[in-house]
Design a protein around this ligand. Sequence first.
Ligand code: DD3
Length: 322
Amino acid sequence: MAEAPQLKRKREEEREEEREGAAGAVSPFPLAELRLRKVLRESARDKAVFLHGEVTNASGEGTDAVIILEKTPFQEEKVLELLKKHTKLELQMHNDIYSTYHLYPPPELSEIKATVVFPATPKHLHKYLRQEAFLVRESWQDYSHITLPFVQQQALSLQWVYNILEKKAEAERIVHENPDPCSGFVLLPDFKWDQSQLDDLHLIALVQRRDLRSLRDLRAEHLPLLRNILTEGQEAICRRFGVPACQLRVFLHYQPSYYHLHVHFTALGCEAAGSAVERAHLLPDVIDNLLMEPCYYQRRALTCPLRADEPLLKKFQEAGRL
Ligand code: DD3
């Protein structure tokens, strides 16, 4: 529940901007005009629900959208307000020294984070369906014969990444940039983090160069890039958010969810999805592996979880590798 003073100041600034902009503000997505098609997934643990919605235009054509609704973590300085203020209180049960209540706080204390993908492709809709996962052991041969051709032909749009690198989107959110075209990167908060509290801190480093897809492409020649990301990323996060390097988990995913090389920085105290051993590779370990063996990631087998509906899993099944 700790909060850096920088965060507090930043939020106050944002609130001011909101107030100033409120009058002429244009909503980028008509949330209210949405019709619910299907609940894709819901998670009691994460306090989140994933919805498939549809917006109908004037000529009656429907366009798909994904909406993710999440209850946000508590903020220390607001918790007391929650108990006083204009919160309605409803006793649920009482037994001896124990009792439970339902609280109905005022709107400004009961925000819900909404993430919208619009228009959403069938791939987006699929991504959030609850799915069983399977572990695949991918040899280098598997990578070159199965995974790489698949990654090349699926060509999922990386437009949002290029927009960030070219400052066409989220430019004001950039925390640090190293502009070197070969060993540079851009560091900014991940979509998943609303920056209201440090508990779930999550930033991503997107590399400037566009020829690196994943861990599998990394060789000793990329060590300067990886070292830059590690040291400059840690420094920038400590400066901006006050979180020291020893409390940051810096890692890559294999398989990644998009094939433009990126590195995650998350708060050590936050065990959110994605830090599991079957998918996460710590950056300092990656660096050491490449130091000892320049072609480490072109030689060893890598384990990764694949969801039942993922086309890549089907490719492994067809090849008799599962
Ligand atoms: C994505 C993986 C991708 C749905 C959702 C997220 N961080 C992003 C666009 C801009 C971003 C991210 C795809 C897409 Cl919710 C489908 O992630 C993003 N901007 N992870 C930031 N800062």
